[in-house]
Design a binder for this molecule. Structure first.
Ligand code: HEM
Length: 401
């Protein structure tokens, strides 16, 4: 191991960060990285604590804030995202408005359509493979499913589907490889313009979808919700809800392949799928960690945090903390309680948690029957090259003989 306890750019770390996190939890749970200029927080107790103190640890720099060398606020390719980059009281105001439209009823209503979408994608994947064509779990199932679900949720018409795919690819985390900064910027502009058009259209022709409901709220509440906040929220759902759910599906599929005894249990009893999804969130959660920025000079457990220091709170390391979980290195289907931090904690707790869980449960109800007939090829796959996330951008699968 390198002398730097957090060698974020070493191939060894990128391939397998867990031993490094384990060493940090043991030796330096509140670690200041001289090389990267940020704190790395790895124990459950501290991650949980920091996430619950927005007054001291602000979200204003954005989820990946500390990774930007120039330390600017998050005015990057996608621009400012309301709510996830706001602290209370602004955050409270926005979350309470958005919650009136993004309700559990609306999510529950999507269930049958998600089932149809998943079944259709899976049938297409199988016929493609039967026709001798290459198939990929990321490209043919795990990525298009959440894209279609969010389009449905927001009320984006199907005619836009090609554009949706383009935005997803260009704005996606792995886009660095295939799109220039200019193309990504253009995709953002185009997405903004199109969402704006759709919002205007819904004003005159409302339907039973999230954008129509927000437009109605914005019109009714006397201007509390500004047009750019409505647009920003639609964009946030797009960005926060697509790649994360995709990653959960691909990460958990690899676990299933490595531990076939779990597939068997799930095939025999599909009511265990929600528990499987929960343990997969803990064990191979899609978000390694997110950034906060210190709002004032403060001392915590003997360490001095300075105003404007960046702090990386490592949800994925907290989820493997032996001080909190029994046998954290084992995937235990029956684990209970399972209070993992993969969906965050405190005021920013994932607003799409119920939808993410529903999508993943439906996906795995399909996958447990299909996966045993295929071999996933992670060795020919491609990991997301961004340290805040864990997932795949390519995960080929071949039919077993
Ligand atoms: C497995 C999939 C998902 C994971 C692992 C995940 C993870 C997270 C995490 C860790 C946060 C906390 C951010 C923070 O503390 O700064 C968060 C926030 C959020 N997520 Fe998710 N998410 C997932 C799916 C979704 C979906 C499907 C949606 C919506 C369609 C969504 C919408 C949001 C929103 C709007 C926030 C911001 C909440 C706030 O700032 O109050 N997420 N998510």
């Amino acid at each position: 191991m390198a002398t730097e306890l957090f060698p974020m750019l070493d191939p060894d770390y990128i391939d397998n960060p867990e031993p490094y996190w384990q060493q940090l939890r043991e030796k330096a749970p509140l670690y200041w990285s001289e090389e990267f200029n940020f704190w790395v927080v790895t124990r459950y107790e501290d991650v949980d604590n920091f996430a619950k103190r927005p007054e001291d640890f602000s979200s204003s720099s954005g989820p990946g804030g500390g990774l930007r060398a120039d330390n600017t606020s998050a005015e990057d390719v996608v621009g400012f995202l309301p709510m996830i980059q706001n602290d209370p009281p602004e955050h409270t105001r926005l979350r309470s408005i958005f919650s009136k439209s993004f309700t559990s009823r609306r999510i529950a209503q999507l269930e049958s359509e998600i089932r149809e979408l998943a079944a259709q994608l899976m049938a297409d994947l199988q016929s493609k493979s039967s026709a001798g064509k290459a198939v990929d779990l990321y490209k043919d199932f795990a990525s298009p499913l959440p894209v279609a679900v969010i389009a449905k949720l927001l009320g984006i018409p199907l005619d836009y589907y090609d554009r949706l795919k383009f935005w997803n690819e260009a704005l996606g985390i792995g886009a660095g490889e295939s799109y220039t900064e200019k193309q990504r910027f253009n995709a953002t502009t185009e997405m903004n313009d199109t969402l704006y058009e759709i919002i205007e259209e819904k004003r005159f022709n409302p339907a039973d979808d999230l954008i129509s409901s927000l437009v109605k709220l914005a019109d009714e509440d006397g201007g509390q919700l500004k047009p750019n906040e409505l647009l920003g929220f639609s964009k946030l759902l797009w960005i926060a809800g697509n790649e994360t759910t995709t990653n959960l599906i691909t990460n958990a599929a690899v676990v299933l392949q490595e531990q076939p005894e779990i597939i068997e249990k799930l095939q025999n009893d599909k009511t265990l799928v929600p528990q499987f999804v929960e343990e997969a969130l803990r064990y191979v959660g899609p978000v390694n960690g997110l950034f906060r920025r210190v709002t004032r000079d403060l001392e915590y457990k003997g360490k001095k945090f300075k105003k404007n220091d960046n702090v990386w709170i490592m949800f994925a390391s907290a989820n493997r903390d032996e001080r909190h979980f029994e046998s954290p290195e084992s995937f235990i289907l029956e684990r209970s309680p399972n209070d993992h931090l993969s969906l965050g904690k405190g005021v920013h707790f994932c607003m799409g948690a119920a939808l993410a869980r529903l999508e993943a449960q439906i996906a795995f109800e399909c996958l447990v029957d299909v996966l045993p007939g295929f071999q996933l090829k992670p060795e020919e796959g491609l990991h997301i090259p961004v340290p805040v996330l864990r997932g795949w951008l390519k995960l080929p699968m071949i039919r077993k003989k």
